[in-house]
Design a binder for this molecule. Structure first.
Ligand SMILES: [Zn+2]
Length: 359
């Protein structure tokens, strides 16, 4: 992929970034704030390409070598610089610099991401060492810190020291879901760029055109994606709709009043199966919440439902279950989420949750 126009739904942040570059006034540090899977990392990489591309720049400036293309780095409060009208506003994507950045092999485009659960102080110490030296070849060195909220206290304080005395020709991009998850002393030194969830219609259309998903399925996956195309893709790849159907068939067969021994055994078997699928547990719990939520809102605003393809079953069940009971079940899911976050035994937590849901 090359060209910002291929990034869906993020016109505003892209416009801000290209304008900063156009004005020769890129701040030392930026925060990219927004939900996961909506293009923040891709935009950061493209921005690094745009700042350093030598493809179209050479073509446009035959009398000028690219080394003369100055990019002024300023503080977030510095006065605007004289616009450099020669700069291009889409990377070419094919020059050697663009290709190196795209493949993650450019020595001056540095990516920091959690090592295990956290970004550790050793990683920031290594970074500090690297940035004491001049960039190898880049016009602008770009340090991208993914999941910046996972920096532990020591790492965050070490980064703060860097941001207090930022090196030349270097821009830091801190990517996080919420600004409040970062130290205020860090965010006050960064210009925030907010990314918005992608519209559900866009995601639905992309699933249909790019992945040949049938419309009914695309609507459900888009609604479950919370504005993140990568989340929608992960749901598709994990065969979410079939797993959701199995979950609902097992926990809420819909017609049985008293549970038989066999159905309890089936529920336990399902809990065991999902407990083995540890990586996707958030998806499963989100799916249960979406189902309970649909049962709650069906009577009031059915157009906001997620599992729209199961409307007949939702209609039937919403008449069998009271609002109070639904709220209790939602509370049970939230309790299970808290226990799982606190590293409780997954199998036992799901056993207990599924039994509460069937009551
Ligand atoms: Zn290029």
């Amino acid at each position: 992929m090359c060209g910002f126009e291929k990034i869906i739904g993020q016109t505003q942040p892209i416009r801000i970034l290209t304008t900063l570059l156009q004005n020769g006034n890129v701040p030392h540090a930026l925060t990219f704030i927004g939900n996961q899977g909506i293009g923040k990392h891709t935009v950061a990489t493209m921005f690094a390409m745009l700042c350093n591309c030598v493809g179209n720049v050479d073509a446009k400036n035959t009398n000028q070598s690219d080394s003369k293309q100055a990019i002024t780095i300023g503080s977030i409060h510095s006065a605007p610089q004289i616009p450099n009208s020669e700069l291009i506003y889409n990377p070419c994507g094919v020059c050697k610099v663009c290709r190196k950045i795209k493949s993650g092999n450019h020595p001056d485009i540095i990516l920091i991401k959690p090592s295990g659960q956290f970004i550790k102080i050793e990683q920031i110490r290594d970074l500090r060492l690297i940035i004491t030296m001049k960039p190898y070849s880049a016009k602008l060195r770009v340090v991208i810190i993914d999941d910046a909220q996972t920096m532990n206290q020591a790492a965050a304080n070490a980064l703060l020291k860097v941001l207090e005395e930022p090196p030349d020709r270097t821009v830091f991009i801190l990517i996080a879901k919420n600004k409040r998850d970062l130290l205020p002393t860090i965010t006050s030194r960064c210009q925030p760029i907010r990314f918005h969830p992608i519209s559900l219609q866009h995601i639905e259309a992309m699933l249909m055109t790019q992945k040949n998903v049938v419309p009914e399925k695309a609507t459900v996956l888009a609604a479950m994606s919370y504005g993140s195309f990568s989340k929608a893709l992960s749901l598709l790849e994990n065969d979410w709709i079939n797993r959701r159907d199995l979950l609902i068939r097992t926990i809420w067969p819909g017609t049985v009043n008293a549970r038989s021994v066999q159905s309890s055994a089936m529920i336990m078997a399902l809990a065991a199966r999902f407990a083995r699928d540890k990586d996707n547990i958030t998806e499963i719990l989100d799916g249960i919440k979406s189902w309970l939520r649909d049962l709650l809102i069906y009577r009031y605003c059915p157009e906001k439902m997620i599992n729209y393809d199961l409307i007949d079953k939702i209609h039937y069940m919403s008449e069998q279950i009271t609002v109070g009971t639904l709220l209790e079940k939602l509370e049970a899911v939230q309790t299970a989420e808290r226990k799982i976050r606190a590293n409780a035994n997954l199998r036992l937590t799901l056993d207990s949750l599924f039994m509460q849901l069937t009551r």
